[in-house]
Design a binder for this molecule. Sequence first.
Ligand SMILES: [Zn+2]
Length: 109
Amino acid sequence: MALFSKLIKCGHCGGNFKVKKERGKIKYICSKYDNYRNCKRISVEENFILDLIETRYDKKFTEKEIRGIIDYIEIFDKIKNKEGEDLHILNIYFKNDKPIILSENFLQL
Ligand SMILES: [Zn+2]
């Protein structure tokens, strides 16, 4: 099972993101988009989310620990900034801590 299976929700349709392996990388994508092209095409790499969590707590987590602390993750968009880099817009909600929030002009890590 992938690390964030069933923990990621789409901010547009409310459906689950599903796991997809692309060129050896584990990614998550809205299942409504992937199955029916019926939502926005937003994908996020597993390592990107994991890095955010490990940066906040400054430690490595096991899969069991990760699944123990995360309530759910909601993903809204992925846009390009002025420098042409990917900018993720998402919230990571924890069971017992304030969320990690990434938005266009606001960051709570
Ligand atoms: Zn969706």
